[in-house]
Design a protein around this ligand. Structure first.
Ligand SMILES: C[S@@+](CC[C@H](N)C(=O)[O-])C[C@H]1O[C@@H](n2cnc3c(N)ncnc32)[C@H](O)[C@@H]1O
Length: 242
């Protein structure tokens, strides 16, 4: 099943790469600023849900500047191997420098999530934070993640949700739709990138719908963990036995 890109949003690989290469130098700063530091807690929670163990090998896809790869390595006490993959060189370069400074032995691979350069059944686990929303073909990307996981392998997908609910929902909506594009434009000097964020989140499947897409890709036991009043969700899934 191919996903037609949502109307009005061009998710062609070249456009997505160009956007992330432009914002790479300010990406970490803006993450901390726009989320008030909550993004760090979300990645730590994703690593906890993955629960990496000694001797395992994990893939952090759409790794960008590498924060989730680092959280996974830390969570395992440095005893699991972590591979960081992304298709934007400028994001990976910042991650590589970060890994070097922290003495983390995390190899990086330039890889398109829709055509992963890994053999079937390579990884014990995989993560993707704020990445799969950018895929031109979500189902193909989920299928690739399924393919490279070993039977029983775990997947944690961290993403924003399109419609946060609860008492803080109006504030969250104002934050995402108005403040994020405004501050993003101010700091990154890139109007379109931080308009893309609320636009793509607004058209993203709700947690239950994403869980259904993951099940269609072959994953079993998909659990949804809502984070921060439902602003974000971690989907935890398992590749069933063959
Ligand atoms: C919003 S950033 C998230 C980075 C990091 N995971 C984090 O939590 O900060 C999205 C990343 O996904 C990458 N990306 C988007 N589409 C991709 C694809 N098809 N293949 C590989 N990487 C992709 C972008 O290059 C970018 O680095």
């Amino acid at each position: 099943m191919n996903e037609a890109p949502p109307q009005g949003i061009d998710k062609a690989a070249g456009k997505i790469q160009a956007m992330f290469s432009r914002i790479a130098p300010r990406y970490d700063l803006l993450n901390r600023l726009l989320s008030g530091g909550t993004d760090v807690a979300w990645r730590n929670e994703a690593a906890r849900l993955l629960s990496p163990r000694a001797g395992e090998i994990h893939l952090d896809l759409c790794s960008g500047t590498g924060d989730l790869a680092l959280a996974v390595a830390k969570r395992s006490g440095g005893r699991a191997r972590v591979v960081a993959a992304d298709f934007t060189f400028e994001m990976l370069a910042i991650g590589q420098e970060k890994f070097r400074r922290r003495g983390a032995g995390i190899p990086e691979t330039g890889a398109d999530g829709l055509h992963l350069p890994f053999p079937d059944r390579t990884f014990d686990g995989a993560t993707a934070a704020f990445g799969v929303r950018n895929f031109e073909d979500l189902d193909r990307g989920l299928g690739e993640l399924w393919r490279v996981l070993k039977p029983g392998g775990r997947l944690v997908v961290l993403e924003f949700t399109p419609e946060p609910t609860g008492p803080l929902a109006p504030i969250v909506r104002f934050h995402v739709k108005t403040l994020v594009p405004f501050l993003g434009r101010l700091v990154s000097k890139d109007a379109s990138a931080y308009q893309y964020l609320p636009d793509s989140v607004g058209r993203w499947p709700a947690p239950e719908a994403l869980a259904a897409r993951m099940r269609s890709a072959g994953f079993a036991a998909v659990d949804i963990h809502l984070l921060a009043f439902g602003i974000a969700a971690a989907h935890v899934a398992r590749k069933g036995a063959p």
